[in-house]
Design a protein around this ligand. Sequence first.
Ligand SMILES: [Cu+2]
Length: 272
Amino acid sequence: MIKLRNALMLAAASAIMCVPTSASADTTVKAKLVEVNGSGASGTATLTALDDGSLKVVIHAKGHVPGVFHPQHIHGSAHGGHFACPTLKKNDTDGNGILQNEEATGEYGTIFFPLTTRGGATATPKDALDPKRMPVADAKGRINYERTFPADMVPKGLIEHLSTMHVVQHGIDVNDNGKYDMEALGESVFAKNLGKPGVPEEVTNPAVCGVVQGAGAADAAKGGVDTGGAPAPDLTAPLAATGAAMLLLSAGLLIPRRRARATTTVADEGSS
Ligand SMILES: [Cu+2]
């Protein structure tokens, strides 16, 4: 009965305020991918936290080393934090003119969620550095990637801290021979430290980095009204819905409910 009463009151309040009762909690954030290590690559990444706890990732990039795989990850932390994209000036601690991944992670955080093309997506080399399950740039160096990860694959803390995440694509060709090789920069210390020796440094060094734009959007994902239904037409919709929810809350009409979401932890450790 209480549920029904709340529903009726919500409907009434919504009618008065012209807010649809089926407000969506979907939240979309975008990142502009900017070149690192003079890769010449660029692109955009769009992350959408869907109502059901799943995460849709769309990446369009160009200018990458053609015909080879490019490890790509969401970098960040389950606990949020202030991250930035690395720069040579600030982060090239060994002064060799190249940003190794281990130098860059100080800025963009650890590998939090590998954006594999299929299968698992744990923050371990098995997934994060799998040449067979990372996107391959086409003959013109383009990568067009889209995957929706179900809720039980999305690591805890990712949706909550969506606005502090970074999208990084790796893989550069320093000696310009069209492939990854040991001759250029030697072995990847980063991969070796993760227990995967024999990976060329060219594979793990960052090629583009993107800071998620639209800070505050993640809060909407967290506190949005869980009424399901119509997809949000744009970024402002979830925020508007949250505003409406706040009004209803202050009027004592709505009992806040945390968005149901799988909390299965996909290993958010094991990366460095
Ligand atoms: Cu990465």
